[in-house]
Design a protein around this ligand. Structure first.
Ligand code: FES
Length: 197
């Protein structure tokens, strides 16, 4: 434990004091404190972003945690979120969009309630992921990258999910499905459809 030279509060060495990170920027600090008092939804998100930056430092290291925060809150990285991150981390919007589009678990578009991520990398492909993708497209009536008109399902074809030992594999939201075949896929989707009807 040590004392922060900026706020004089005793704290763990790795903790970056907000007054240290944003020294001289009273507006940001006020926003953070206002967010802690849950003044408004936007302030709440702003406060969370500041909190993440305090933890990871005001650098590119904080970018992914910030993006993940908006993804988990809204199911997508929102325009407001990008603007907020861009301002606080002084990164260009184009750079942030580039990073967000690189990672399969992040998206800048509104997605369905169930996000189906089917792997089509080597192991899965060799064990038959292509016909399963075709089946999903037919069953859901959408193409890869699309969302059903009722907003229930989004179908994405992604690179290795790290589930090669149970290939062919897919994830629906956070749930893992492996050793798939046509019958299993049909049943999984039918169960989800029935659960909502
Ligand atoms: S190749 Fe499909 S999970 Fe690894």
């Amino acid at each position: 434990m040590t004392y922060c030279q900026y706020c004089k509060v005793k704290q763990a060495k790795e903790f970056l004091c907000i007054f240290r990170v944003f020294r001289g920027k009273t507006k940001i600090i006020k926003s953070y404190l206002r967010g802690m008092m849950t003044a408004s939804t936007k302030d709440k998100h702003h406060a969370r972003v500041i909190e993440i930056i305090c933890k990871h430092g005001k650098s590119k290291e904080a970018l992914l945690p910030c993006l993940r925060y908006f993804q988990s809150e809204f199911g997508q990285v929102t325009e407001d979120g990008i603007a907020m991150i861009s301002k606080e981390l002084t990164l260009s919007r184009a750079y942030i969009l580039g990073v967000a589009s690189f990672y399969g678990m992040l998206t800048c578009y509104q997605q369905g309630q169930y996000i189906i991520r089917v792997c089509n990398s080597l192991s899965c492909n060799m064990l038959g992921s292509e016909p399963l993708i075709d089946l999903l497209q037919t069953q859901l009536g959408i193409s890869k990258g699309e969302t059903t008109s009722d907003g229930r399902f989004t179908l994405e074809v992604v690179a290795c999910l790290g589930l090669c030992d149970i290939a062919p594999a897919m994830m629906i939201n956070e749930k893992i499905y492996g050793n798939l075949d046509a019958a299993k896929v049909q049943e999984i989707i039918s169960v989800l459809c029935e659960a909502q009807s």
